[in-house]
Design a protein around this ligand. Structure first.
Ligand code: NAP
Length: 493
């Protein structure tokens, strides 16, 4: 389908531009606004209300006021709201996909993939909502009964990044609704439009006023600061960079808030000489190029056994150079722009540093001329093991390849990072798969698979990649707290 300027304008006009507080779309208390840009052209797409600290606290007032009744709402009703929202988003999948392409830049095909993936969290948690079991047992000495029940944590602050505008919100909002928590959602200022449309869809699905409040704005800390200092808040769930996560963990300590932290990654991609190299290249393309490399799960360090490194690098470079950069709305585009000029400069600085240290750009290696913040899909061969590019999260379409000789060396290189989110392993040896998985310090391992995110799986990291899990049966536990009731047994002797 051709995307006309009229279609874009019509969709953008349907997105609410206010702050969502207590079920109403409002202007900011000081009338402030901020612009949202198209990273493929640099042009303004929309202007939204910019929340002040006062607005943020009004959102918390609404969440706090709604919490009591929401916790008592039967799980089946909460589940039905999630399921209706899932159906509505499916009906409007093209709108959500186009909106994400416009504000974030990813090609439409990828944005459609994110709608499917992100929406699945609503369906998954609509099913989990009614299966939140407690337990009842007798104490070992037989005098008391133990009743254990899960309760909602209470009002939550949810802070999301710009790279997956729908999925990062549904991964938090889905389980929070399922568990019976109310929320203040603060989307990233670069891509807030999808959250606005998502919140409007949840209201239409029957979410009561005050359960979800959305406050975007120019200054993240003037929104999160007062909300986190307020004793009515019980939890902060954050997805974003490790430095900001650390800062929020310190702030959370003052009120001993529950925290979930989905932070940065530096995924190793291990290729052994017994791997199917064509499958490994296919996996490498998925693990590297999903979201133009702007993903916490993006393969960042390609560690290839020396006997197959040359062949793997050549095939990988061929696949990378066959991609077509372009605005995500263009049919032929398979790589969108980076999110802004700063992001593109950071990627290029890492590439230049690696080349200066002896790496060779087998393909790419430069920003692309013209409008938008495009960077050529790049494969760097012969990257020295101490290069900066192997330590930093690249967040762009650049694949540094380095080599190893033994399995032990591969594991040591993979673990030589302060991050521990996703990792990938390509080998035909299942015994090796288990050996490596045992020893690798990562929350997730993709075995002969370049994409591993799924609503049914516990997504999350170890070390400085964060705390907690999103998705799976673990996801709802992040929004639940356990209460134990000790009951005197009237029949006990
Ligand atoms: P970021 O700069 O840390 O921002 C993330 C969110 O935090 C945004 O909403 C941002 O608001 C807000 N924020 C920034 N400074 C803040 C402060 N001082 N106090 C409170 N909130 C603050 O990260 P990003 O650049 O958007 O996202 C990229 C990072 O996210 C990468 O490191 C990536 O690995 C990580 N990520 C992790 C996962 C995961 O599941 N582990 C998933 C996706 C992304 P503004 O937009 O207003 O600045």
């Amino acid at each position: 389908m051709t995307i006309t300027p009229e279609r874009e304008a019509e969709l953008l006009a349907s997105v609410p531009t206010g702050l969502l507080i207590d079920g109403e779309w409002r202007d900011a208390s000081d009338g402030g606004t901020f612009d949202v840009h198209d990273p493929a052209t640099g042009k303004v797409l929309a202007t939204l209300a910019s929340a002040t600290s006062e607005d943020a606290l009004a959102a918390l007032d609404a969440a706090d006021a709604a919490q009591g009744q929401w916790a008592l709402t039967p799980a089946r009703e909460r589940s039905n709201i999630l399921r209706r929202a899932f159906d509505l988003i499916n009906e409007r999948a093209e709108d959500f996909a186009l909106l994400m392409t416009l504000e974030m830049g990813k090609p439409l095909a990828e944005a459609r993939g994110e709608v499917t993936y992100g929406n699945e969290f609503l369906r998954w948690f609509s099913e989990e909502a009614v299966r939140d079991y407690g337990r009842y047992l007798t104490t070992p000495e037989g005098k008391n009964k133990i009743l254990v029940q899960n309760k909602p944590v209470g009002p939550c602050l949810l802070i999301t990044p710009w790279n997956f505008p729908l999925a990062m919100a549904t991964r938090k909002v889905g389980p929070a609704i399922a568990a019976g928590c109310t929320m203040v959602l603060k989307p990233a200022k670069l891509t807030p439009l999808t959250s606005q449309l998502f919140a409007a869809t949840l209201l239409e699905a029957g979410l009561p006023a005050g359960v979800l409040n959305v406050v975007s704005g120019k200054s993240a800390s003037s929104i999160s600061g007062p909300v986190m200092a307020d004793p009515r808040l019980r939890k902060v769930s954050f997805t974003g960079s490790t430095p900001v996560g650390k800062r929020l963990l310190k702030d959370a300590a003052d009120n001993v808030l529950r925290t979930s932290m989905e932070l940065g990654g530096n995924a190793p991609f291990l290729v052994f000489d017994d791997a199917d190299l064509d499958k490994a290249v296919e996996g490498a393309m998925a693990a590297k190029m999903r979201n133009m490399g702007e993903a916490c799960t993006a393969a960042n360090r390609f560690l290839v056994q020396d006997t197959v490194a040359e062949e793997f690098t050549r095939k990988f470079a061929e696949a990378m150079s066959s991609l077509t950069p372009g605005r995500g709305t263009e049919e032929a585009s398979t790589v969108g722009p980076l999110i802004d000029s700063g992001a593109r400069d950071d990627v290029h600085a890492l590439v230049s540093d690696a080349v200066a240290a002896g790496a060779v750009a087998v393909t790419g290696g430069e920003p692309l001329a013209g409008d938008g913040y495009f960077y050529a899909p790049t494969v760097l061969g012969g990257v020295p093991n101490d290069a900066e590019i192997l330590r930093e999260e690249i967040f762009g379409p650049v694949a540094p390849v380095t080599t190893f000789t033994t399995e032990e060396e591969a594991i040591a290189l993979a673990n030589a990072s302060e991050y521990g989110l996703a990792s990938y392993l390509f080998t035909s040896d299942y015994a090796r798969m288990f050996r490596v998985a045992e020893q690798i310090e990562f929350g997730m391992v993709g075995f002969n698979a370049g994409v591993i995110s799924n609503a049914a799986a516990p997504f999350g990291g170890v070390k400085q990649s964060g705390l907690g899990r999103e998705g799976g049966s673990e996801g709802i536990a992040e929004y639940s707290t356990v209460q134990y009731i000790g009951i005197a047994d009237p029949y006990a002797k």
